[in-house]
Ligand binder design. Sequence first.
Ligand code: FES
Ligand SMILES: [Fe+2]
Length: 351
Amino acid sequence: MATPQASSLTFQRSPNLPRNCTFDPHDWNILSQYWHPVAFNADLGDKPLSVTLLDEALVIYRLDGKVFAARDVCPHRGAPLSRGWVENGHLVCPYHGLGYGADGKCKHIPSQSDGPIPDRLHLTTYPAQEAYGLVWVSLGGGTQPLPDFPAWNSEGFQQILPPSIDIKASAGRQTEGFIDVAHFAWIHHDSFADRHNPVVPQYSVERRDRGLRAEYVSTVSNFPKSMQHRAPDGFPWRRVFEVDVPFFARLTVHFPENGRLSILNAASPVSSRLTRLFVPIARNFDTDLPLDDVYEFNRQVFEEDRAIVELQCPEDLPIDRSAEAPILADRSSGAYRRALADIGLGQAYVR
Ligand code: FES
Ligand SMILES: [Fe+2]
């Protein structure tokens, strides 16, 4: 088993694991310190939304335009606040109409015209913020930085938000699949790669503070099959993968004529066996083409991945290097597993 080297990071223990937590408690406490995406910010209007993160049922809502997150349980009699609504700057519970303010405290009890409001009528709230078109929540206080995605706000880059994809697999397996370059020829033969071009040329992998950087040059096109004539034969496709633990990977693909496509693979751990994948994309070419084609290509590629990732066994990503057999092309996934081990994850992963 890899030795955890979490000395540079100190994680706070959370006293309350979610009911029916599917994670190892040690892993849950580590994962809770990070920010995770839970929804598209455009979907969060006046109505509260129900989402689940790390097995915790949450309500997310807007008060005065600002995003908030709380346990989806009213402290009065346990009704789900996500079934309620926002009114007069309060989140209103649907059962007895109690209204909660931006500080999480109850401000209004309709059944009493005066009298004290008990202190215990206080929501369990969590840090929430918006970035890259998404709402992000941290259950453990947000002690770790949000993953960076500089292309999203770069001049000349178009912002694209394909629909999310639910994958019945762990976020670790999904993220490792995203940085795996040897599967292109096999899994993505129909969408962009070529079964007759399976060789993975040597590529470089560097460990970084928060993960790794891998640079991979090959002749595997990144255009959909119907557009591959747009790159000259033998074009050297450069793909740069930058991973931030636990489940974020930026892929920048260098297209012909200085085109750049940047994808943030942001895998949200709904539970240890369910991942909601968000993939904000920024690109500086074809910005006038219909986005439906991008959504469809994205769906096809990630569905191809989903079909295999959902079948991998064991479901948790093995951190113990002897549990699976690496091949030469696996340098980036080996570095990814070591980065997860370094923050202390996976001590109970192999079951
Ligand atoms: S359960 Fe929420 S107001 Fe009573
Ligand atoms: Fe893939």
